[in-house]
Ligand binder design. Structure first.
Ligand code: HEC
Length: 155
């Protein structure tokens, strides 16, 4: 191995080691706070709860279940950005801080992305089998969302 390549590899390893010290804040509040969607909306079927929690909460709530590789920079930085962006649009942990109009708009968007298979993002689905929503579950989810949206529309 030439000396140049060796120096190059040493630099890479040192840089990789150094960036590990830059750790983004972790998204790990306890689940089930009083503003969480299902805290007040208790009548949702178990399938609905488990599907939304398994498929969406890692990015759209204050509680992420991190896989091991999420601790490794620069993956940790990308994941952290992604979560912040997702929570900014929709945060199920803050659900009951939104007024009915905002909840209605958001739940309709949720139905739309589920219907069109736009969420979770494809790359995420590939890494997380548990986030898969099958056709039967999808139907139950969409029916429940419609019912829930009707209760919001009445307010
Ligand atoms: C891996 C992270 C991740 C997961 C898991 C995930 N999302 Fe998202 N979601 C994002 C990001 C990032 C955005 C903002 C960027 C965008 O709109 O693509 C977003 C945006 C959205 C939006 C707003 C779309 C818009 O047009 O502005 C909705 C609604 C949404 N997600 C619903 C869901 C639902 C429902 C699930 C579960 C079935 C889910 N997401 C799972 C990352 C995720």
């Amino acid at each position: 191995m030439s000396k140049r390549i060796l120096i190059f590899l040493v630099v890479i390893v040192l840089v990789f080691g150094a960036i590990q010290f830059i750790r983004p804040e972790r998204n790990v509040a306890p689940i089930g706070g009083r503003n969480e969607l299902f805290f007040q909306v208790k009548e949702a079927p178990v399938v609905v709860k488990s599907n939304l929690i398994n498929a969406c909460y890692n990015c759209h709530s204050n509680r992420t279940n991190y896989p091991w590789y999420a601790s490794v920079a620069p993956v940790s930085w990308l994941i952290s950005n992604h979560i912040n962006e997702a929570k900014h649009k929709l945060n199920f942990s803050e659900w009951h801080t939104f007024d009915a109009a905002k909840q209605l708009k958001l739940i309709q968007e949720v139905a739309e992305v589920i219907e069109e298979d736009e969420m979770p993002p494809a790359g995420y689905r590939f890494m997380h089998a548990e986030s898969n929503i099958n056709d039967v579950e999808k139907k139950i989810l969409l029916e429940w969302i419609q019912q829930y949206a009707e209760t919001l529309g009445e307010n």
